[in-house]
Design a protein around this ligand. Structure first.
Ligand code: SF4
Length: 374
């Protein structure tokens, strides 16, 4: 596992669409990074050198003190070999950003930020129940562009009541800050969220799928025009600014996930995830017996995962790789399954690689599911 992921499970307030594991309470906040450091020591043998990336996610890792971040990074870099210029990303909420904080993050060794803007529309931000408003989003961007060359901003499209014009305005405003990377996700309604309740009670009406597709198509067209490369379904980067952490994940490389709910993968067939409960996670670390589940992937699982991730990437699905990794029967199955999507021109062969046409990109997950082994 040459990548390290840290899940910091605390947030200021609960966003209405979010189903990640986090707590808004104060209990255990100060202790969490100590526990995560202890978990790292317990699982140090699972981490392969040289380390290629560290990613602080959550939750809201911009609530961790910069002293803690500094000490965590220096412990990791003292103990493990790392590649030169290793990518170290921290997810940051706009309301946590000021110039002083950003300077301290740089000194700590953070060299990439992922800024959770989500939208510039006050109406969207209120509906999402984000902790920041448009002004804070813009101020954060101004401060980040002064100090960080490598940063990404997250946006959400398909917001209820939003028109194609609203979405274009948000995108153009984001582009005016010339970010080297943008990740854009469609709003999804997850169970057990406030948004789910609001939709079920007809207090919020979702956009028709066709309008969401129009917004995605605009995103792809506009960002391509501005020389971004859509290197994965939701990810757009200028050359040399693709996320190392995310690419390693999509390329099936191993990662060690620390903290409550964090997932790990050994780069072959073993996946595991920590318990999504801060208190039980703490007891597990303190007793030396981590509370986590382990899953051994079989060939079918690995084939399906490969198809899903590869089709979402610009490189597409490699038939040679499918033959090599899964055998001739799987390759023949793939060739048979793709025929109807080739016929309607959703997919095309580029040499040995199966790719999705631009007009069908929005349908990627559904098309991938048609190629799965059931
Ligand atoms: S800040 Fe991020 S992790 Fe926290 S509730 Fe909002 S979306 Fe979820």
């Amino acid at each position: 596992m040459a990548n390290l992921y840290i899940h910091y499970p605390f947030c200021k307030q609960a966003c209405h669409y979010c189903n990640f594991h986090f707590s808004t309470g104060a209990k255990g906040r100060d202790q969490m990074m100590e526990l995560i450091e202890e978990e790292l020591q317990m699982r140090a043998s699972e981490l392969k050198s040289p380390l290629e990336s560290i990613y602080f996610g959550g939750g809201s890792p911009s609530l961790i003190s910069t002293e803690r971040i500094t000490s965590f990074i220096s412990k990791v870099t003292n103990q493990f070999d790392t590649v030169e210029g290793m990518e170290i990303t921290l997810e940051v909420n706009p309301d946590d950003v000021d110039e002083n904080y950003l300077s301290r993050l740089k000194l700590a060794g953070i060299n990439r930020l992922s800024l959770g803007i989500q939208s510039f529309s006050e109406k969207d931000l209120r509906l999402m129940h984000r902790a920041h408003d448009r002004k804070e989003a813009e101020n954060a961007l101004k401060a980040v562009t002064k100090q960080f060359e490598n940063f990404s901003l997250d946006l959400i499209y398909g917001m209820p009541d939003s028109s194609i014009g609203d979405w274009e305005e948000s995108l153009l405003l984001a582009l005016s800050y010339d970010p080297p990377h943008i990740s854009a996700y469609a709003l999804t309604v997850e169970e057990k969220t406030v948004l789910h309740r609001l939709v079920n009670k007809d207090k919020v009406t979702l956009l028709p799928e066709e309008t969401v597709k129009e917004q995605y198509d605009l995103l792809v067209a506009l960002l391509e025009q501005k020389k971004y490369i859509n290197y994965e379904f939701s990810s757009f980067g200028k050359p040399n600014f693709f996320s190392v952490n995310n690419q390693n994940y999509w390329n099936g490389k191993g990662y060690l996930g620390l903290g409550p709910s964090a997932h790990s993968f050994d780069g072959q067939a073993k996946r595991s995830w920590n318990i999504s409960n801060n208190h039980l996670y703490a007891s597990g670390v303190q007793s030396g017996k981590l509370d986590r589940e382990i899953e051994q992937l079989n060939t079918k699982d690995r084939y399906n995962e490969y198809i899903m991730t590869a089709l979402r990437k610009q490189e597409g699905v490699s038939l040679v790789y499918v033959k090599k990794a899964f055998g001739k029967t799987h390759a023949a199955y793939l060739e048979e399954q793709v025929s109807r999507h080739l016929a309607v021109r959703n997919l095309f062969w580029d040499g040995d690689h199966l790719k999705i046409v631009r007009e069908a990109k929005f349908l990627t997950d559904g098309i991938a599911a048609d190629l799965f082994l059931i």
